[in-house]
Design a protein around this ligand. Structure first.
Ligand SMILES: CCCCCCCCCCCCCC(=O)SCCNC(=O)CCNC(=O)[C@H](O)C(C)(C)COP(=O)(O)OP(=O)(O)OC[C@H]1O[C@@H](n2cnc3c(N)ncnc32)[C@H](O)[C@@H]1OP(=O)(O)O
Length: 169
């Protein structure tokens, strides 16, 4: 299905999931969609493997964690959180050297906590993993320190207006 992109989120410098200067990272892009969900798009690499050809389960967890954790900032980019708990179900192998999509959304939110769900969708539409995460809201200076600024967190614009996400099987 094709979704209109409302906004591309900022990226970090060194983050394992989104950092553009992390040579071993996933260099993921995050897009806020018209339906209120967030999609992460990235290309898995050989060095993200556990068994040959198969992405490490911890990498899948990191992708789902960040996608759900970022979904809370749709509409208010000053809301940040730290992960309190994260539960995954690994349903199919995530291949290395493949473009994948991670979709997340917030399911519950109050002043202190938020919860969300997400899934990794392979290019053929298979759902490879699902997750439920719980996060505690926290000001960014409490998470990352007073020095957190524009050299750590910045725009990474592109001209993507629509994203086609494989139909889930
Ligand atoms: C450059 C940027 C790069 C990338 C950025 C990407 C963007 C974002 C991506 C995000 C994705 C990546 C994100 C990451 O990778 S974050 C990295 C992984 N996570 C962490 O590091 C978190 C580590 N844990 C902690 O710091 C503490 O345990 C926290 C802060 C979570 C709680 O601390 P603490 O235990 O001291 O809490 P409190 O005593 O102050 O209690 C406060 C209140 O909270 C209630 N409570 C506590 N626990 C729970 C619970 N389990 N369920 C329900 N409620 C709970 C508690 O009852 C109390 O309520 P009340 O009694 O006041 O009513």
């Amino acid at each position: 299905m094709i979704y209109k992109v409302l906004k591309k989120q900022n990226i970090g410098k060194s983050c394992i999931v989104c950092g553009n200067k992390n040579e071993l990272g996933l260099k993921s892009d995050f897009y806020e969609l018209e339906n209120g969900e967030l999609v992460c798009v990235c290309n898995t690499k050989d060095w993200h493997q556990s068994y040959p050809g198969r992405v490490h389960g911890g990498i899948s967890a990191a992708l789902l964690d960040e996608t759900i954790g970022r979904a809370v900032s749709i509409g208010d980019d000053q809301v940040w959180g730290v992960t309190v708990s994260l539960e995954l179900k690994y349903k199919k192998p995530v291949p290395t050297d493949e473009k994948i999509y991670v979709v997340g959304r917030i399911t519950k939110e109050n002043r202190k906590l938020f919860e969300g769900t997400g899934e990794i969708i392979l290019s053929n539409g298979d759902i490879a993993a699902t997750a439920h995460g719980k996060y505690m809201k926290m000001p960014i200076d409490m998470i990352a320190g007073e020095e957190f600024g524009s050299d750590e967190w910045f725009e990474n614009p592109d001209d993507v207006e629509y994203i086609e996400i494989p139909d889930k099987k």
